[in-house]
Write a protein that binds this ligand. Structure first.
Ligand code: ADP
Length: 263
């Protein structure tokens, strides 16, 4: 329980950090849009003298925004430097109280763990963050209540499936699914949901970073993430984490060995 609390506090810190970055990013974008708007007006008026100055301002702001996202991505990468065997079932189990508190009284929580779920390869802290973030998204999607289901399962991804996804290896994966009975997503939202800074939430409520960090975490672990959703029905986010087989699976830097056949 103390661990969960520390985790929640860390989450809050990460939220504040990403929120701050999103705010700075937004300010830079506002500057760029303003400069472009001024350039457009000068062109419309046939007054070209000031245009260079506004172009320079827009380029400088865009460069700063790019540096900001690079810093953020470097931070996200640094966060997952400790991948090892994770017991996904006990991780989900240990989060029960924290999740119930996060979801409030309106949302029912169901946990359905596969009794034989394989240990996965990944960073436990990152996975905990991912589950909490997915639960928060689900809660936001169910403003008048509903049901959140967390499931674990084992699966084998064959060569056909893996070859359709860059970097994905065929083999055994531990699957963690988080489903809600909320508002669901359109095809357009599904297509953009993993993009950094994509949000449909009002300014100040969403940073658009939750799902992109979750996607980054799944890919860095050698796995995969997918969204299944239908408007009015609800959403499922499914994380595929490589099955942990043994120490031989990781190299000296504790990274997944890409050449080792799995499953
Ligand atoms: P944020 O929650 O800050 O907006 P995310 O990256 O976590 O950022 O999510 C991006 C967008 O994906 C959300 O703004 C929302 O439109 C959509 N989304 C994510 N999870 C769900 C969900 N469970 N149900 C419906 N829409 C969702």
């Amino acid at each position: 329980a103390e661990d969960a609390l520390r985790q929640a506090q860390k989450m809050e810190a990460v939220g504040q950090l990403t929120g701050g970055i999103a705010h700075d990013f937004n300010n830079l974008l506002t500057g760029i849009i303003g400069s472009l708007d001024l350039i457009q007006r000068r062109i419309d008026d046939g007054r070209f003298a000031d245009i260079n100055r506004f172009m320079d301002a827009a380029t400088t702001s865009a460069g700063r925004a790019a540096a900001l996202t690079h810093r953020l991505l470097a931070f996200a990468r640094r966060q997952s430097l400790d991948p090892k065997a994770v017991d996904v079932n006990s991780l989900v189990d240990s989060m029960g109280d924290l999740l119930r508190r996060t979801l409030g009284e309106q949302v029912e929580l169901a946990i359905a763990l596969a009794p034989d779920a394989w240990p996965a390869f990944g960073d436990a802290g990152q996975l905990e963050n991912a589950v909490l973030n997915l639960a928060i998204n689900a809660r936001d999607a169910m403003p008048s209540g509903g049901k959140l289901t967390i499931e674990t399962a084992n699966t084998h991804l064959d060569i056909g499936y893996a070859s359709r996804h860059e970097d994905l290896k065929p083999g055994d994966y531990t699957v963690l699914s988080v489903s809600d009975t909320g508002v669901g997503m359109t095809a357009e939202v599904i297509a953009k949901a993993f993009d950094p800074f994509f949000t449909t939430k009002p300014i100040g409520q969403g940073t658009g970073l939750g799902l992109s960090m979750i996607y980054g975490f799944a890919r860095q672990s050698g796995g995969h993430a997918r969204i299944y959703s239908e408007v009015g029905q609800g959403s499922t986010v499914r994380l595929y984490l490589p099955r942990f087989i043994g120490e031989a699976q990781v190299d000296d830097e504790n990274q997944l060995r890409p050449d080792l056949p799995r499953g």
